[in-house]
Design a protein around this ligand. Sequence first.
Ligand SMILES: O=C[C@H](O)COP(=O)(O)O
Length: 257
Amino acid sequence: MSPLWIGTSWKMTKTLAEGRAWAEGLRDHLTSEHGGQAPSGVQPFVIPSFTATTTVRSILGEDSPVLLGVQNAHWEDEGAWTGEVSVPQAKDAGAQVVEIGHSERREHFGETVETTRLKVAAALRHGLTPLLCIGESAEVKEAGGSSAFILEQAAGALEGLSAEELSRVVIAYEPIWAIGEKGRPATVEELVEPFAALGGQYSGKVTGLLYGGSVNLDNAAGLLGIEHVTGLFVGRTAWKLEGYLELLRIAEAHAAA
Ligand SMILES: O=C[C@H](O)COP(=O)(O)O
């Protein structure tokens, strides 16, 4: 069985000192509890803000079992794109994963299906794992269109990929209504149908199908039990290291069951 991907984006949080403490704590935990390896059956990943990328890489070390990501990257390799960071630059800073299309970027920064497609292609071109985020609004959900909406978002971003390229993609389904302080945790029942739709299309063809949105220590095990879910993408609960370590324990237990 493929490992369960358990990771966090720090979004726009943490000073360097706070990020350093989190990363050192994770490194030390893996060293003392797992001999420097990942917990059995688990693929940990962390996506700090850009400013902390090289710091986290240097704390974790080059051979860390924890994958390191960035929260966005431009589709061009270089050029006059003030304020942007390219995939080669992210790679140079030690990143292995590029988060693409988070709903916060779609809502506030003009991310579109077209830009997600370009960014997925750029990540793949440079050997990084695209972590494609998709998810519908409360309005779309209330109208009964969740599955069709997320399949369309995914298809648009993944259009034209070969089977080999698709196999290097991770998809995170994050319904907008479940994300962040204003979100409410999704129930397992609400997620069965969207994951059946995603699984029907992508199960076995991509590296992983993750769930994200108000994941906490009480609902994580149940979410991992949903058919086709192969990991969790977590915000607030994992920003405190103890929360993240507990999620790793929950995933390890789930993988062993
Ligand atoms: O990137 C993570 C997701 O947006 C989920 O955030 P959250 O766990 O704080 O709801």
